[in-house]
Each structure stands twice: as structure tokens, then as C-alpha cells.
Design a protein around this ligand. Structure first.
Ligand SMILES: NC(=O)c1ccc[n+]([C@@H]2O[C@H](COP(=O)([O-])OP(=O)(O)OC[C@H]3O[C@@H](n4cnc5c(N)ncnc54)[C@H](O)[C@@H]3O)[C@@H](O)[C@H]2O)c1
Length: 314
């Protein structure tokens, strides 16, 4: 027999963003199940109170899990997140990020799940922005297999849910940073620099440092998910700050947050690197109520405090 209380499933809930989500939905009074294969995540990050299931979204009996736990909302965060790895092994990237996502959708439909919130990427799917900033209607021109797979994941979810009662929400994140991040994600440079500076090392800036990104604090990403689930909001929504920050400016802020204002070494520009990226976040204000966001210096000092305490996974 199905348990009466409905649950939230967080795939990738042992990872950076997913573990924050699991904590927040528990704190919000929800029952939380985490499915993670621990390929990059850590068991120690799964909060007490969440039901942890070790498994790979490419193979696991997802429909059985959804029915057993009576899941009504899936936060789909499990993914291969390394852009460089997606270039080296696009087949593996697509197996996890495209086929894995299709399996999630099929299981959700079979188990009568109400909503899937999908972790998409505004940083990776718009490509070099045509005019500023990129809103949800900006053309999608991903330049990496990772970006292509995220876009395909969205399309499959909306396509498979079409004509059914399944609500699909694709949150297109900017570069997410915060406690528990490491050097792999789309804001990985912050983790790399913080670790280096706190160990008295010298950081490297590739190219002129004029490249720009939109950095959003993980706490604001959590708020976006809570609102998307509470409002059962369907559609594509950018989640970022709308603020464009250059790599040079970011470095100064990171060094200040670490209390180590030392200059970075300069290296050659990375070929093929996207020069600018910033999201138009107007829709997230109205659709998700995301009006007050954590400012970058504040978020960086909270992140640096975590790196000082726990530079290792836990
Ligand atoms: N970090 C960012 O800046 C950013 C930006 C845009 C989108 N996203 C997306 O958000 C999600 C979470 O990213 P993150 O930065 O927390 O990364 P992360 O690597 O910390 O988390 C991913 C989690 O998924 C798990 N996982 C990977 N493959 C799996 C599989 N086949 N089956 C089950 N579990 C698997 C990993 O063990 C890990 O715990 C990803 O979908 C990512 O693409 C992240």
C-alpha cells in the first residue's frame, strides 16, 4: 500500500545544489527521498531525515521508487555536469543527461507524479548572447554537448508531458555558487580560487579577464525551487541575478572574501570560451517571487566561510 503522505524526490540530492534542496524541502515539512549514484556526490551531504537511495538514473527502477515513496514532485538534479567532460565523452554525457532525463519523465508519467522541476542551464544553452541580457525567448545555440543535452532534456520533458497533467518546470540557472560547491560546476572557478587562496596558492586568470558571467547564490536557487513546487509553475524560467560580473571583478571579490588580496597570474585565453553571459530574470520575479537576491560579495563571504571550515566534501 502507498504511504499517505506524498514525497519529493531529489535526484542528485547528494550533490552541491541537490543537498541544499533536500534540506530546504525537509525544513518546509516535506518527506524527501534522495536518489544519487554518488558518482560525484557524497553520502555525508544527504541531510538526516531524508530517505537515501543509492542508484543510477540510467538503470534504476524509477517507477517502482516513485510508487513506493508516493512521490508527487521530482526535482531532477542528477547529471553529468562537467562541460569539458561532455566534450571529451559526449556519448556518456547524453546517456546521463538526455536518456536519464527521458527515463525520469517516463517513470513520472507511469507513476502519476504531479510535477518535474528540471535543472537546466541558462549559462550553457543560449550560447553567446545576441544583445543583453538573454531572456527565455532568446535563441538557443548551445556550444557544448552539455548545453545541447540540457536543451534536449527540456524538450523531451515538455514533449512527453504534452497533453498530460504532468507539470514541467525548467529552471535555467546562471552560474550557481555557494557552500559545498567544488571546482567542477558552472561557477567552478570560485571553488578553485577559494581553495587555492586559502592554501596560500596563486590563482590563474585565463585571457584578459573581461569575460563575464551571472553568478547566483545557491540559497536563491533553493528559493526558486520551493516557489516553483509550491506554485506548480509550468514552463521555462531563468534563475540568475541579471548582473553581469567580469572575471577580473569576480577575482577581486573572491580574494576579498578570503581575506587574501593578492594578484592572480595571467594565462592564455581558453579557445572557444564563451565571452559573455547574463540572464534576464524578469520572469523569475513575477513567476517565482524572486525579488530579493543575495548580493555577490555577501554570497562569496558565506562561501569562503564554508571553505575555511570544510574544504573537503562534507
Ligand atoms: N552548478 C551550476 O552552476 C549549475 C548551473 C546550471 C545547471 N546546473 C545543474 O544543476 C544540477 C546539479 O548540479 P551540481 O552543481 O549540484 O552538481 P553535482 O555534481 O554536485 O550534483 C550532481 C549529483 O548527481 C549525481 N549523479 C550524477 N550522475 C548520476 C546518475 N547517473 N544517477 C544518479 N545520480 C547521479 C552525482 O553523484 C551528484 O551528487 C545538474 O543537473 C546541473 O547540470 C548546475
Amino acid at each position: 500500500m502507498m504511504p499517505e503522505t506524498r514525497s519529493v524526490l531529489v535526484t542528485g540530492g547528494a550533490g552541491f545544489i541537490g543537498s541544499h534542496l533536500a534540506e530546504a524541502f525537509l525544513a518546509d515539512g516535506k518527506k524527501v527521498v534522495v536518489l544519487d549514484d554518488l558518482s560525484t556526490g557524497h553520502r555525508s551531504r544527504v541531510p538526516k531525515g531524508a530517505n537515501f537511495v543509492e542508484g543510477d538514473i540510467r538503470r534504476f527502477d524509477l517507477e517502482g521508487l516513485l510508487k513506493d515513496a508516493n512521490v508527487d514532485t521530482i526535482l531532477h538534479y542528477a547529471a553529468q555536469i562537467d562541460v569539458r567532460k561532455s566534450v571529451e565523452d559526449p556519448v556518456f554525457d547524453a546517456e546521463v543527461n538526455v536518456l536519464g532525463t527521458i527515463r525520469i519523465a517516463q517513470a513520472a508519467l507511469a507513476a502519476g507524479v504531479a510535477q518535474i522541476v528540471f535543472a537546466s542551464s541558462g549559462g550553457a544553452i543560449y550560447g553567446d548572447p545576441e544583445g543583453f541580457a538573454a531572456d527565455e525567448n532568446h535563441p538557443t545555440n548551445p556550444v557544448s554537448p552539455y548545453g545541447v543535452a540540457k536543451l534536449a532534456g527540456e524538450k523531451y520533458l515538455f514533449g512527453l508531458a504534452h497533453g498530460t497533467s504532468l507539470v514541467v518546470t525548467a529552471l535555467r540557472f546562471a552560474n550557481v555558487y555557494g557552500p559545498r560547491q567544488d571546482g567542477r560546476g558552472e561557477a567552478g572557478v570560485i571553488g578553485i580560487w577559494m581553495k587555492t587562496l586559502l592554501e596560500d596558492g596563486e590563482c590563474l586568470i585565463n585571457g584578459g579577464g573581461d569575460q563575464s558571467r551571472d553568478f547566483v547564490f545557491v540559497g536563491d536557487v533553493v528559493k526558486a525551487n520551493l516557489a516553483a513546487a509550491a506554485r506548480r509553475k509550468a514552463g521555462v524560467i531563468n534563475v540568475g541575478t541579471g548582473v553581469e560580473t567580469s572575471v577580473n571583478r569576480l577575482y577581486d571579490l573572491v580574494a576579498a572574501a578570503c581575506g587574501t588580496p593578492r594578484p592572480a597570474r595571467r594565462g592564455p585565453a581558453k579557445s572557444g570560451e564563451q565571452m559573455r553571459s547574463v540572464l534576464d530574470v524578469t520572469k523569475s520575479r513575477t513567476a517565482l517571487g524572486l525579488t530579493t537576491l543575495v548580493a555577490l560579495p555577501n554570497g562569496l563571504s558565506r562561501t569562503a566561510a564554508w571553505f575555511r571550515r570544510a574544504p573537503s566534501p562534507a
